[in-house]
Design a protein around this ligand. Structure first.
Ligand code: FES
Length: 261
């Protein structure tokens, strides 16, 4: 299927958002996926023409990142985290139960075209392990049973809401959002879940604050190093810099001597 004029126009619109047009390639590929259901040869050609780069360069990007699919994706992409923490908390079991329930292997789509199942790497949501993602929205603290109920609801066309985000849309609709065309659901769901805020709660309870006069880059010492240690480290770095500056003339002189020989 050839890309339509509307999609071509939107691809050009994305490219025009960046001082260097080729910086728009990632969202452009998401738009191709939204329109075509995968990264097609036509989509690659269109991106290459608009960005004035080669199709091989576009392919190089599309095949490097796992979020870009060369095979058609179902209505819902269901990713099960099987990295260490989620795996030991039940992720492996969830993945194997879903494979059996949907009768698919990894990165395959159920026969009704509704669900594409994939095992995915850590989504930085380990405090909610085991985590399942639907079209990159979080479904926290899953069990094999809840995951089966989740895919059944999606297949039945029921409205499902992320445990920490908006109502779920289809994969193609989500790809359009990733291309930079908002769907108006960004404010649905909580901004942060309770487990992510536990540290903040402890700091508030104990009156911990960032050191006075700190700026954004240095204010919060996440290493926990006391202020005098940090100051000593700064002083030592300054001393090293001064020593290098002192040595510089000698090195230049040596270079000049060599050149003169
Ligand atoms: S290990 Fe699963 S989200 Fe980190």
């Amino acid at each position: 299927m050839a890309l339509d004029e509307k999609t071509y126009g939107e691809l050009r619109e994305i490219a025009g958002r960046y001082p260097e047009a080729r910086s728009g390639l990632l969202p452009m590929l998401h738009l191709v996926q939204s329109a075509e259901g995968r990264v097609t040869p036509e989509g690659i050609q269109a991106c290459a023409e608009i960005l004035e780069i080669t199709p091989a360069e576009v392919s190089g990007v599309a095949t490097f990142y796992t979020m870009y699919k060369r095979r058609p994706v179902g209505d819902y992409h269901v990713g099960v985290c099987t990295n260490t923490l989620c795996a030991v908390m039940g992720g492996d079991e969830i993945f194997s139960r879903l494979k059996e329930h949907l009768d698919v292997g990894n990165d395959e789509t159920s026969e009704d075209g509704k669900i594409t199942l994939e095992h995915i790497e850590c989504n930085a949501a380990c405090d909610y392990a085991p985590v399942v993602m639907v079209n990159w929205e979080f479904m926290d603290n899953q069990t094999p049973e809840s995951a089966v109920a989740l895919v059944d609801d999606l297949r039945a066309g029921k409205e499902v809401t992320s445990t920490r985000g908006p109502r779920l849309c289809t994969w193609r609709e989500a790809e359009r959002v990733l291309a930079g065309f908002p769907d108006g659901r960004v404010h649905e769901g909580p901004a942060a879940g309770a487990p992510s805020l536990v540290g903040l709660g402890i700091a508030t309870e104990r009156g911990w604050t960032a050191p006075e006069g700190s700026d954004a880059g240095r204010g919060t010492d996440l290493t926990g190093a006391p202020a005098d240690v940090a100051a000593a480290s700064d002083a030592s770095q300054e001393a090293e810099a001064a020593a290098v500056e002192e040595e510089a003339p000698t090195a230049t002189t040596a270079a000049e001597k060599k050149e003169a020989q």
